[in-house]
Design a protein around this ligand. Sequence first.
Ligand SMILES: [Zn+2]
Length: 437
Amino acid sequence: MKNKSYKSLFLGVCTAIVASTSYALIVPEKAKSNFDSNPQPLPAIHSEASALIISSPVVSPTQEKAKLEFNTFTHKIKKGESLSVIFSKLNLSKKDLHSITHANDLGKQFASIRPGKSLVVNTDVDGLLQQLIYQKNSIDTLEATRSNDGTFDIEIISKPTERRINNAHATINSSLFIDGKEAGLSDKTIMQLANIFAWDIDFALSLRKGDQFTVVYEELFADGKKIDSGNIISAEFVNQHHSFTAVRFEDKNGNASYFTPEGKSMRKAFLRTPVDFARISSRFNLKRKHPVLNRIRAHKGVDYAARTGTKIKTTGDGKIIFRGRKGGYGRVVIVQHGQKYSTLYAHMSNFRKGQRAGSHVKQGDIIGYVGKSGLATGSHLHYEFRVNGVHRNPLTVKLPHAEPIKDSLLAEFKERTQPLLTKLNSAKASNLIARHP
Ligand SMILES: [Zn+2]
């Protein structure tokens, strides 16, 4: 991938040289004024580099000849303009349009061109389309080039990008989003930050003024300009005086996750809540007066008020051991998670189709929908969490971590994450100095 990018850099320079030569040698003076895009003056190129380019076998003499005779036109895509409309306007062949968009999966991408962007059209002196270029984003360019047999080769050329490391620190004053933006973070990095700590910090309910975070993250640059933010590589979040530290680690299959410095997963084996966008309407309380029965009866779970039909997610990987009606619970699903843990979801309006007792489920899988079946005054989910058969408060029970770094990988993990944590520590230290000079 990297090699391809660098190759494309040279190809780009090479094309520019050939093109500029062509303007000097071939294009008549009159025709020049019709061009929307004149080639930029070339910067001086180091002689070794040009030698490398000239001896490059990538451009065949015939291709070079074709390039020598290009006419270039830049078309600014207007609202509602499809590629087909543009081809008609520019008197280009419908057959070529078809063979570009049907060449392969990359060709199809020409069908999703966006208004406001530009298409560069290169034709030969007879007006026959030779090359179509679309700048997809700040890195990738989609190019269709006519080959000798009249079909089109489609490829994506990626600019070489450089990753730079930056850091930010903020104290929460109004919200994670506003204070994160003020510290210079992109929306994307703020979302990443929230996701990394989502198992430990409830950003909707438990964020407090005075909470702090420090984050070390990548920024992507192309041509010396920042084009995107990359991954968070290490971060610390202090929430209500509890400090959490996370570091990114990529396994040999390229799967990246966040871990504590000791190699425990930042993810927990259980989600804290089985429903999004819900409000807690009744907490775990062993001496509660039951609203329907009107007598003291322990409430051994948490109730989440939510609209009928709201999706209910299983909070951990496991196996459905019960699915059906059960007294006051109404329609209920019980999931067993290994030997030690089980969770229960009651008062459902409906079960998820296609599941039954014995089905295996993954954390976050939908298992049913909120309702008020059984003994319930209104539409809500009653959720229970049991450890070794004993009811525990789902809101405060210490949740086990997801799979940690394997013992056999721990030495490598420490070696590779140490520099990332050092960066985090120096970011924290420099912030302290900045605040207390
Ligand atoms: Zn309940």
